[in-house]
Design a protein around this ligand. Structure first.
Ligand code: PLP
Length: 386
């Protein structure tokens, strides 16, 4: 009998995966669980990856990734944020945004260090902090009706053990963007309390209705304490290519690169070549995606509006929407299992994202508009049958 580590006991499989796995048992299921769009990356991006494979550019790269790719990432930050990142020591390429987050936490946490995670949160943050022997400290949002970040609650959560705070804007699952004012206040809190800010910006290009996004790293004196996490997964619909990148102070990048040498060696090389193509022409390749997701979001909102007992705040970004199911009287997990059983529609129970979300379910609008329509019509039938 194998005795598993203590850390293993601190984490458990997510409800997102549980619902996704269960959904596979049903025919004709409409699966709104995973943030994994059905859209393909642009052909030119795929060609760049295939060309690398055919030409045998398939070996290890430097641990921090190809310098050419890091240079492109650096010039992107200069253009978008007016911040200089040295591509040789302040940027690294990772195996998706997830590995970027994990390497960051591995490199900064000592046992028992606290990391503030504002709810609603992506569950992986909590699990990864535990995997790195830290203590996740969850802070509640403004209220269960307003899932915006609460500065007040963040302030109250700070202790001498607080090491870092994780921000995610636009947010998975709420689709909310943190306002400029809140960003500014969090920056001041971080400076006053000597905290590291990990800003997860993997959805920052998926914005609707000309929504405005501000990165905390652009605030005064924040570059030296901010870790910017990004990825090609969502921006270019390249989830399986496993390509992310991190911009951070050089001492952190150097520690993370050392961990990378021992964990994965490097991100997959053909994906790095595909990323060079994607990031070089990013606007051209992501514009069509934003149009498509806008259409999907609008169809979703129109269909949900037809259900009298369910409400939804229009997401400002991402491809997720949180539907408020409070008036059905069902707990989010109960609701999700019954909906799958009765109507073969798979959604994620809100409780996955924190106690504040017990009255919600999350829908990922990563399917085409016909499936979205059909799925929400089934949801309507289900709610009306209760
Ligand atoms: N951050 C958030 C909030 C996410 O939702 C995801 C994926 O779902 C990621 C990071 C990481 O994605 P990837 O590792 O595919 O880049």
């Amino acid at each position: 009998m194998i005795k598993l580590s203590e850390i293993t006991k601190s984490i458990s499989p997510s409800l997102t995966r549980r619902l996704f796995n269960l959904a596979q048992n049903y025919d004709n299921v409409i699966d709104f669980t995973l943030g994994d769009p059905d859209i393909h990356p642009h052909d030119k991006i795929k060609e760049a990856g295939c060309k690398a494979i055919l030409e045998g550019r398939t070996r290890y790269s430097p641990n921090a990734g190809l310098l050419e790719l890091r240079e492109i990432i650096s010039s992107r930050y200069k253009l978008q944020y007016n911040i200089e990142y040295n591509p040789t020591n302040e940027i690294m390429v990772t195996v998706g945004g997830m590995e970027g987050l994990y390497l960051t936490l591995l490199a900064i946490l000592n046992r028992g260090d606290e990391v503030i995670i504002p709810a609603p949160y992506w569950i992986n943050y909590v699990q990864m902090v535990c995997m790195c022997s830290g203590e996740p400290i969850i802070t509640a949002p403004v209220s269960t009706n307003d899932l915006s970040i609460s500065i007040e609650n963040i302030r109250k959560a700070i202790t001498p053990k607080t090491k870092a705070i994780i921000l995610n804007t636009p947010s998975n699952p709420s689709g909310k963007i943190i306002s400029d004012d809140s960003i500014q206040q969090i920056a001041q809190i971080a400076i006053d309390n000597d905290l590291i800010v990990i800003t997860d910006e993997v959805y920052k290009t998926l914005l609707y209705d000309n929504a405005h996004f501000k990165s905390i790293v652009t605030c005064d004196k924040m570059k030296e304490r901010t870790v910017v996490i990004n990825s090609l997964s969502k921006e270019f619909c390249m989830t399986g290519w496993r390509l992310g990148y991190v911009a951070a102070p050089s001492e952190l990048i150097s520690a993370m690169t050392m961990f990378q040498e021992n964990i994965a060696a490097c991100a997959p090389l053909p994906s790095q070549y595909a990323a060079i193509e994607a990031l070089r022409n990013s606007e051209k390749y992501s514009a069509g995606m934003i149009e498509e997701f806008t259409l999907r979001r609008n169809v979703l909102l129109e269909e949900v509006a037809k259900i009298k007992t369910i409400t939804v705040d229009a997401p400002q970004g991402t491809f997720y929407a949180m539907l408020n199911i409070k008036s059905t009287g069902l707990k989010s997990e109960e609701f999700a299992y019954a909906l799958l059983e009765k109507e073969q529609v798979a959604v994620v129970p809100g409780i996955t994202y924190g106690d504040c979300c017990e009255d919600f379910i999350r829908i990922a609008f990563t399917l085409d508009i016909y499936k979205i329509k059909e799925g929400i019509q089934r949801l309507k039938r289900f709610v009306e049958s209760l």
